[in-house]
Design a protein around this ligand. Sequence first.
Ligand code: HEC
Ligand code: HEC
Length: 304
Amino acid sequence: MNNRRLILAIIISAITGAVIISCKTQFATTKDTYTATVSDARFERGKVLTYSICGGCHYDRVTNKFIGAPIHDIPGIAGKVVSANLTHSKTGVTDHYTDAEIRYLLKTGVARDGRFFNYMLRPNMADEDINAIIVYLRSNDAAVQADGTTVGVTHLTFIGKAYMNLKAKPVPYKADVKLPSDGNHVAMGYYLVDNLGCFHCHSKKLTSLNYQYPDQTKGYLAGGIKFKGENETIVKAANITPDKNTGIGDFTQEQFLRAMKEGITPEGGKLKPPMPKFKMLKNEEINDIYAYLQTVPAKVHAIK
Ligand code: HEC
Ligand code: HEC
């Protein structure tokens, strides 16, 4: 009898605890009045970055617009997560955000209403690139034209909310982040592996990413995360360290370029989603990624 009461008490306090933690956690927002500077070059760069970085989660292949999309790799017990509509629609978020608020969200993870989101946390993204993304989001490009088509809304269970709040760790705001200097190919490669989110998918766990210092992430680039692929299949992310047997140590620069742009492996196989096709990147940028990946310590980690 006493034992049952004790167990009951433990269960009740665990649930109460989770419910309390799941209450909205708010963080300080920005009072900055920054506005982005527009130019054609920034629009072009912003388009490439928005497609290559935000596209994986916010682009809808039916409407060909950034109207948002369901995120499949969230455990059902946490609820359902749908990314936001980034078009100029009333139901979109972009026009409700100031330029400073978008910049703050990318640098710290704190949204305009004080909630924390880690999905688009990019603390090392150069201010120049953030500027370019804002210019693109505010543009008249077809993919961001107002479209209120909705693909659903986020609904987290209290377990999902508790988890999000426990994980909520805004990154301290870092001002004036610069792009790596021209000609520093390895540094540019690291910058791209960080900001394009390669290390998010290719490390040990989506929940233990080190956003500030990517190369200190557990199992950095050694692969193994299981994703939900097409038709209920499981796809495991590859080991992209330079190990010859279990990584990509035997890829030539040309083979790597083909894998990145067309999704074709050296053996002629097709890379499955969610591995993106980075069609819009310049060949030089992909070569920089290749140069950087050669410098990463090789890890033996076979992915079946
Ligand atoms: C890994 C997936 C992912 C990536 C990549 C991503 N987002 Fe998001 N984004 C989301 C999700 C999911 C939400 C909605 C979260 C929610 O409402 O629960 C969201 C919400 C937003 C919001 C609205 C936040 C609010 O106040 O409700 C903005 C603005 C945004 N994203 C911008 C961007 C931009 C710009 C990029 C590219 C630099 C980007 N996102 C990349 C998943 C992603
Ligand atoms: C949204 C998750 C995701 C992102 C982001 C991502 N990848 Fe992948 N990648 C995968 C998955 C999953 C596979 C395995 C696909 C398969 O087995 O068909 C893969 C496969 C690969 C392969 C093939 C390796 C081999 O041995 O065949 C390379 C190379 C690669 N990714 C490099 C990168 C680089 C570089 C980036 C960043 C520019 C990147 N990936 C971004 C998920 C991702």
